[in-house]
Write a protein that binds this ligand. Structure first.
Ligand SMILES: Nc1nc2c(c(=O)[nH]1)N[C@H]1C(S)=C(S)[C@@H](COP(=O)(O)O)O[C@H]1N2
Ligand SMILES: [Mo]
Length: 508
């Protein structure tokens, strides 16, 4: 009987052919329609929350990479098993392939914005995979009948067939993925976008916003360093020429704005710090940029929202939704439909061609990227993406601060040691930051100038470190209303982490 290794290899090659063909077919459909993308998207949407937090705690924002690696490992194991059982319990291997194909097809059809054509990559891919599986297993089985002296030559033939099919699957699959992504890539048109010139005096950041302390986070975050959080497995590629924003629901008149229509509106430019609700105390899921866009209150008012509406459910091209209080978007703060970030068109990963930016609300309830719809509705009628998964329906940003320097667990000589970091309470502003060493008194830190109450502010404290040994440094911020952040330690679920940040250093 032909060896098991060859049958496993046959199954894996057939699985590779299935995925490779699916990638090729997806060129004509959408890069998001392939079995791995569709099933991966389904998993992202259905991962139990505790498990998600645990994974993100382990691997941080490499969670998407980990998902693809895990799916690859599962696919290889299943395909290998299919190869073995196709021989021993024919046609169970083919049935396993077909079952996976069915799951992938359903997942693809269930993706937001999918069409019936999204079934094609999985169906055609799995069909090709089953063909290859059956022919491979037939050839491997036929080795049993071969005269002993011919076995080495025949085996070599079969192995060559396997190698060729495997290589073709890899090359075809990679080519399909690259062509599919390339043909939809919008970085070319993005580079040519002419941003509008905002009205009013040019927005510049006063030099006093930077304390220029080594190790301290810069006041403005470069686009390349800006934190990124979203559920998109591949960055959506939305051409500005195809983009539109539909404002509908509880409104007097539904409105649809094209990108060109935006030119008739008044552009504004503002400094706003975005923060993620999943940011633990001391974490770095927070960044600050200069955003260029159009006032949301004007855009929404034009549609005439009904007086009993209280929520704006924003939806992105990839189906993500965020629910923001209508009153917050209309209260005069600089909530905007942003098209520019730090003087450039939005980077694709940050929502090109347009996204929402709302000072004072966590991203998951406000900062919809690749936004295509604003549905005016009510909190008792609609539930947004993360609220369905156990997070709070409302997400005002909590007053917090972070210690950036000195390095935690570092050893420093006695004498002056500068403790510095950032503090934020978007749309309330920061009135003060205090530092405490061990169980000592809270002492005021100095604050950099804050160009806006909607951004974080740098702070620093010169500690005269004496007494060798290990010391704990604490910090706490007080917002513009005079309220000091709570010392109560809370995890990120359901509405943002709280507690004083702290770290230990050794003085010797
Ligand atoms: N389309 C879409 N928009 C989204 C999300 C998403 O998953 N999909 N995540 C939100 C969350 S949770 C945050 S914190 C911010 C992050 O924006 P950034 O990636 O530009 O930093 O985007 C928000 N907008
Ligand atoms: Mo977030």
């Amino acid at each position: 009987m032909a060896d098991r290794g060859m049958r496993i290899a046959g199954g894996i090659v057939a699985g590779g052919v299935a995925l490779g063909v699916a990638e090729l077919v997806s060129v004509l459909v959408s890069p998001d329609s392939t079995p791995l993308q569709a099933v991966g998207g389904w998993i992202v949407d259905h991962t139990p929350d505790g498990f998600r937090e645990w994974v993100i705690g382990l691997v941080g924002t490499n969670d998407k990479l980990l998902l693809f690696i895990s799916m690859g490992v599962v696919a290889v194991v299943l395909a290998g098993v299919a190869g073995v059982i196709e021989r021993e319990r024919r046609p169970l291997g083919s049935v396993l392939f077909a079952a996976f194909g069915l799951l992938a097809t359903l997942a693809a059809l269930g993706r937001p914005n999918s069409a019936w054509t999204w079934a094609l990559p999985s169906i055609l891919g799995v069909w090709a995979g089953i063909m290859v599986l059956r022919s491979m297993i037939r050839r491997i089985t036929a080795l049993d009948e071969v005269a002993p002296e011919d076995i080495p030559t025949e085996r070599r033939q079969v192995l060559r067939g396997l190698a060729i099919a495997g290589a073709a699957a890899l090359v075809g699959g990679a080519a399909g993925r690259l062509i599919g992504l390339r043909s939809r890539d919008v970085s070319g048109e993005r580079a040519d976008v002419q941003l509008p010139t905002p009205t009013g005096p040019e927005l510049s950041v006063e030099p006093g916003a930077e304390l220029n302390i080594p190790g301290l986070t810069p006041y403005l975050t470069k686009n390349a360093d800006f934190y990124r959080i979203d559920t998109a497995l591949t960055v959506p590629q939305v051409s500005k020429d195809d983009w539109s924003l539909r404002i509908h629901g509880m409104v007097d008149r539904e409105i649809r704005l094209s990108y060109a229509d935006l030119a008739t509106k008044t552009p504004i430019e503002r400094l706003v710090t975005l923060a993620c609700v999943s940011n633990p105390v001391g974490g770095d899921l927070i960044s600050n940029a200069r955003w260029l866009g159009y006032r949301l209150d004007e855009i929404i008012a034009a549609a005439g929202p009904h007086p009993d509406a209280d929520m704006v459910l924003s939806r992105s091209i990839d189906g993500f939704t965020a629910g923001s209080p209508l009153a917050v978007l209309m209260d005069g703060r600089d909530a905007m439909l942003a098209v520019g970030m730090n003087g450039e068109p939005l980077p694709t990963a940050h929502g090109y061609p347009a996204r929402l930016v709302v000072p004072g609300l966590y991203g998951y309830v406000s900062a919809t990227k690749w936004v295509t719809e604003l549905e005016i509705t009510r909190f008792d009628r609609a539930e947004a993406f993360w609220t369905k998964r156990g997070w709070s329906a409302k997400g005002p940003i909590k007053t917090e601060c972070r210690i950036d320097t000195p390095r935690a667990h570092g050893t420093f000589p006695p004498g002056k040691l500068t403790v510095a970091g950032v503090a934020w309470a978007q749309h309330r502003g920061i009135k003060g930051v205090e530092v405490r060493i061990d169980q000592g008194d809270w002492q005021p830190a100095r604050l950099a100038t804050a160009p806006s109450i909607d951004t974080w502010v740098q702070w620093a404290f010169d500690w005269d470190a004496s007494g060798s040994g290990i010391h704990t440094i604490w910090a706490r911020a007080t917002d513009g209303t005079g309220e000091t952040q709570t010392d109560k330690q809370q995890e990120v679920v359901p509405d943002g982490a709280t507690g004083y940040p702290s770290l230990t250093v050794r003085i010797s």
